[in-house]
Design a protein around this ligand. Structure first.
Ligand code: 5GP
Length: 301
């Protein structure tokens, strides 16, 4: 009888493809677990292309990558949604898609853009996502937008200029700024230095009808939301969790301990993205910057 097995070369190529596909699915699951993308976004990708890593992912695998879903819960959910455990997301029928979509929306609502945003724009996001680079790009290409200059107790880096990158102040001066109500928000970032947004220049620019951009950390973004509920909050996302880790490690300016701490902070920060009005993926700096500028052009009331 003739040998029915494919030739060795084919088998090697096929197994390589299988390994690559598994890796791609693992990376996507990390993205969902780390909240780089919403579960609904993964399902959208799966349905748009059933042969993609998202499309070929089994529903069981997908469900256990979601926060707080263990195996027991997974079985109950599958039974409730009437989806067989062997199903892949890209192969779900119309009724199953609707059931899965409704389940995800009820557990992890995707927050849409809110109406009535003001010209005060906050750009935040996890450590090493490239907020500073995107903000610098906006500053260079859109001089009509005021990029707020923060006060900080951190010492200046060799290339930094006082009054241009930051207002470098000592602890006593920072305390005074707080006491005199001169900061719109302030926070200790990475448990080390204090940073704050001076209120005066912002109020002046807003009065003059300009758009103001704050590139600050998450704690600051929350304070701005509380102080100015109409502020527009934009969350900058990495293209994937793996890419974020790469950027964090690749930067190489921190020691091991500091890097681990920043990674923990990044995880926490990613989990906060639903508090934001808009999400922008920083795949390409210029494109991300333009996307932020476009969002800001939304007419204010
Ligand atoms: P760096 O020291 O690398 O310039 O900035 C460290 C972090 O501080 C960045 O995540 C940046 O967004 C944040 N940051 C810069 N200015 C402010 C500010 O005025 N307020 C808050 N809350 N965070 C800031």
């Amino acid at each position: 009888m003739a040998d029915q097995r494919p030739p060795d070369v084919d088998r090697v190529a096929a197994s390589r493809r299988a390994v690559a596909a598994r890796r791609a699915r693992a990376s996507l699951k990390r993205d969902v677990a780390m909240r780089v993308i919403t579960p609904q976004e993964l399902v959208r990708r799966a349905l748009a292309d059933p042969s993609s890593p998202a499309g070929t992912m089994r529903v069981t695998e997908f469900l256990t990558s979601l926060p707080a879903i263990g195996e027991g819960k997974r079985e109950r959910i599958l039974a409730e949604l009437q989806i067989s455990p062997v199903k892949r997301i890209g192969g779900l029928g119309a009724r199953q898609r609707r059931a899965l979509g409704a389940f995800l929306d009820s557990r992890w609502p995707e927050q849409g853009a809110r109406e009535g945003r003001s010209r005060l724009v906050v750009l935040a996001g996890p450590t090493a996502v490239g907020k500073g680079t995107v903000a610098a790009h906006i500053k260079e290409h859109h001089p009509e937008i005021l990029l707020s200059i923060s006060a900080t107790t951190r010492p200046a880096r060799p290339t930094e200029v006082d009054g241009e990158h930051y207002f470098f102040v000592d602890d006593a001066e920072f305390d005074r700024l707080i006491a005199d109500g001169e900061l719109l928000e302030h926070a200790t970032v990475h448990n080390t230095h204090r940073y704050g947004t001076p209120r005066g220049p912002i109020e002046e620019a807003l009065r003059a009808g300009r758009t103001v951009l704050l590139e600050i950390d998450l704690q600051g973004a929350r304070q701005v939301r509380a102080a100015e509920p109409s502020a527009t909050l934009v969350f900058l996302l990495p293209p994937s969790w793996d890419e974020l880790v790469q950027r964090l490690v690749g930067r190489g300016t921190e020691g091991d301990e500091e890097r681990a701490r920043r990674l923990r902070t990044a995880k926490k920060e990613l989990a906060a993205q639903n508090e934001f009005d808009f999400r922008v993926v920083n795949d390409d700096v210029a494109a991300a910057a333009e996307e932020v500028v476009e969002l800001v052009k939304v007419p204010a009331r």
